[in-house]
Design a protein around this ligand. Structure first.
Ligand code: UDP
Length: 482
């Protein structure tokens, strides 16, 4: 047991896709490196954060501090993108974060902020702390984000107007169809914010990424290549993933898990669009019919449709006489009572994906969902909606060969029709093609497990960061002693 453990502060931005991996990172710093950890959350949905905290094997592992809610109504256009709103929320939370850290009797040695909290690194500078950015996504996304500010007007014109791929030195180009919404409109606030992020991230002492060496070997090599003229980032990168919440047996009997227990091995398709993804009303109807027509078993986490915002918030709607929500086809629950389950809004995803009867995941390809699917050896139907999800879908289908994807790029205007959904489900669950994907995803699962084991590359990467924090602590202590 060490006598003096470094204290590290982590800052998570709103949204379970950010909070969950930050909690997991905090847990690893405590369990593997015996650090003291304080996690600051800028929560919009305290109830969901608390439910995640309850899921931790030991909720007292670290200190979780909820920063006071901020009112951004006067500082951001109500029509701004969700990313802009998150960034502004993080900005408005800085004074509370500064006061909270300054008031700590044991001052943290390092501040680890997630992508949208990168402005908080000034606080680390003021308080003489090490500063790291944590990317809850992959290295390819990081390369695009940090390279973006360096592209000149001509490349911008080629990417935005001529729709040519974004060429990143040493990395896969980002096809126009997959590009981030943030890169497309120089007049939008989110574009300006992304330029700033791209410039700010390389000022960190290091960037921790939720990926692993063997998953993105070439991209990581390009990011470290000091000889490359267009080197995409001049900051040490630490692939420390996959960070995925470890599942714990539910304290109470869970009806969905109970139902899964009765289904054959690898026979069920799980359908979910992350913590906030929504479909249009027409698309919900097609998806319902596609699942039904596939005649395969399914668990579908539904939330009310939104007709013009794929990252929408939720509104309440009524139910039909058999309990079918009225945005699904009449009698859907009755007709599918043997084969499928519909869960409203939120399900214990990590636990469900870990169940042996899971055979596929129709997913919006959020990076946490992607990691959870890989770590459970579950092939995917890629259905990206927003953010870097289209890049993730391309990686899964074209590079890793563990997912199928619709020919249509679903948008609020273009829908994927029921026949194609039926075919995609059968390709994953029934067809030989699905077996091939399952065996490839199982190989990735083993590679991921090896990376995070104590002899693995991700463990080693996090150990290097931990070592730097320990050296930082020693230097603080020696300065304090004069
Ligand atoms: N999640 C969950 N239950 C749900 C929906 C989401 O537990 O019903 C979890 C999921 O397991 C993942 C996170 O929320 O860990 C979503 O993160 P992701 O990056 O996949 O997508 P985002 O929500 O950020 O779009």
């Amino acid at each position: 047991m060490k006598t003096t453990k470094p204290h590290v502060a982590l800052l998570a931005s709103p949204g379970m896709g950010h909070v969950i991996p930050v909690l997991e990172l905090g847990k690893r710093l405590v369990v593997y490196h015996e650090f003291q950890v304080t996690i600051f959350v800028v929560a919009t949905d305290a109830a969901t954060v608390e439910s995640q905290l309850r899921n931790l094997p030991n909720p007292n592992l670290f200190n979780v501090v909820s920063l006071p809610p901020v009112d951004i109504s006067g500082v951001v256009d109500p029509a701004a993108s969700i990313v802009t709103k998150i960034i502004v929320m993080m900005r408005e939370s800085l004074p509370a974060l500064r006061s909270a850290i300054s008031a700590m009797s044991l001052r943290p040695t390092a501040l680890i902020v997630d992508l949208f909290g990168s402005e908080a690194m000034v606080i680390a500078d003021e308080l003489k702390m090490l500063k790291y950015v944590f990317i809850a996504s992959n290295a390819w996304f990081l390369s695009a984000t940090t390279y973006f500010p360096t592209i000149d007007k001509q490349l911008e014109e080629e990417h935005i107007n001529q729709q040519k791929p974004l060429m990143i030195p040493g990395c896969k180009p980002v096809p126009f169809e997959d590009t981030l919404e943030a890169f497309l409109d120089p007049k939008d606030q989110v574009y300006v914010e992304y330029l700033r992020l791209g410039l700010e991230i390389p000022k960190a002492d290091g960037v921790l990424i939720n990926t692993w060496e063997d998953l993105e070997t070439a991209t990581l090599a390009a990011m470290r290549d000091t000889t490359s003229l267009g080197r995409v980032t001049k900051v040490p990168v630490y692939p420390i993933g996959p960070l995925v919440r470890q599942v714990t047996p539910p304290a109470l009997e869970d009806s969905v898990l109970g139902w899964l227990d009765k289904q054959p091995t690898e026979s069920v398709i799980y359908v979910s669009f992350g913590s906030g993804g929504t479909l249009s009303s027409k698309q919900m109807i097609e998806l319902a019919w596609g699942l039904e027509q596939s005649q395969q078993r399914f668990v579908w986490v539904v939330r009310p449709p939104m007709d013009n915002d794929a990252s929408g918030t939720f509104f309440e709607v009524g139910n039909g006489s058999d309990g079918t929500p009225n945005y699904l086809p009449d009698g859907f629950l009755t007709r599918n009572s043997e084969k499928g389950l519909v869960v409203q809004k939120w399900a214990p995803q990590a636990e469900l994906l870990a169940h042996p009867s899971m055979g596929g995941f129709l997913s919006h390809c959020g990076w946490n969902s992607t990691m959870e699917s890989i770590l459970n050896g579950v092939p995917m139907i890629a259905w990206p909606l927003y953010a870097e999800q289209k890049m993730n879908a391309t990686m899964l289908t074209e590079e890793l060969g563990v997912a199928v994807r619709s020919k249509e790029l679903p948008t609020t205007e273009r829908i994927v029709e029921r026949e194609e959904i039926e075919t995609m489900v059968r390709r994953i669950i029934v067809d030989k093609e699905g077996h091939g994907m399952r065996s490839r995803v199982k190989k990735l699962k083993h590679s991921a497990e090896k990376a995070t084991s104590i002899v693995g590359s991700s463990y080693d990467s996090l150990s290097k960061v931990a070592k730097d924090c320990e050296i930082g602590l020693l230097s603080h202590m020696s300065k304090a002693l004069g």
